[in-house]
Design a protein around this ligand. Sequence first.
Ligand code: DGY
Length: 328
Amino acid sequence: MKPKVYIARKISKEVEEYIGKHCDYRKWQGEGAIPLDVLIEEIKEVDGLLVQHAPITHELLEQAPNLKIISNSAVGYDSFDLEAMKQHKVLGTHTPFVLDETVADLAFSLILATARRVPELNNFVKQGKWDKQTDSRHLFGIDVHHATMGIIGMGRIGEKIVRRARFGFEMEVLYTSRTPKPALEEKYGIVYSELDALLEKSDFVVLIVPLTPETHHLMGQQQFEKMKNSAILINCARGAVVDERALIRALEKGEIRGAGLDVFEQEPVSPDNPLLGMDQVVALPHIGSATEKTRATMLMKAAENLVEGVTGKVPQNVVKELQDLLAN
Ligand code: DGY
């Protein structure tokens, strides 16, 4: 008998065929995110579950006594309650590596778009506001090349951002992370810095840390006060790494120049969030990894992890906090 799995998001035909070869499956066919009550009903008898960002809680795990693995089609897994998964002995996997370059591209899209005011000036042209004024100072932005970037978090994606910054834009790069990375310092000529010094010196502060209790609201009022008034914040990590109220205040007071945000504390972001009314904010709908190729690769990787987890193999990408479960 094939193992039973539930697929809680849209998947391609290719991925569906692959899962179907190894498992009996049901899948979510509705629009948007699967409602929690439907998810709970569907997983009562399954051995495996494929999700993207759906919150995995103690309550949910209690309803699925056969569950062996939850495969998340994303690199970030702040949606996992890791303690509950340990307790219920449920493995969790994610999709590292395959999206690193794509997310680094997006980080640079936000950097360039905010620095050179691309969305704002695109609207300006399309709204017919471009006249023959000789004084175009009101259209000026700031340089990205040769500026100083401060990266908070120096994992795989951080390194890809560094390559672009150093070799493409000849930027100075400061970074902070839990542990200094001497090999990367040597390879790219980047400099480890304490957070406060990084905030004080950087023209672009780029967040690319996982959301954990330690990084929750890492950027708050005190941190914005330390940044240069001319600096721009880029967040392509998770919304809750930033205290959004403090960010709004910092932008309103001109403590920082602008922000490029792919992520928000509440997603989808509420249309009345004050950030959306600010010209100096570039806002995107959490699309860091969202290219056709990368999302297809992530889904196939998530499907492989799922199949491995329900067929007695060791899944390739068990998240580090749950690897002890493999020993039991
Ligand atoms: C991830 O994979 O965690 C990115 O945020 C894209 O979803």
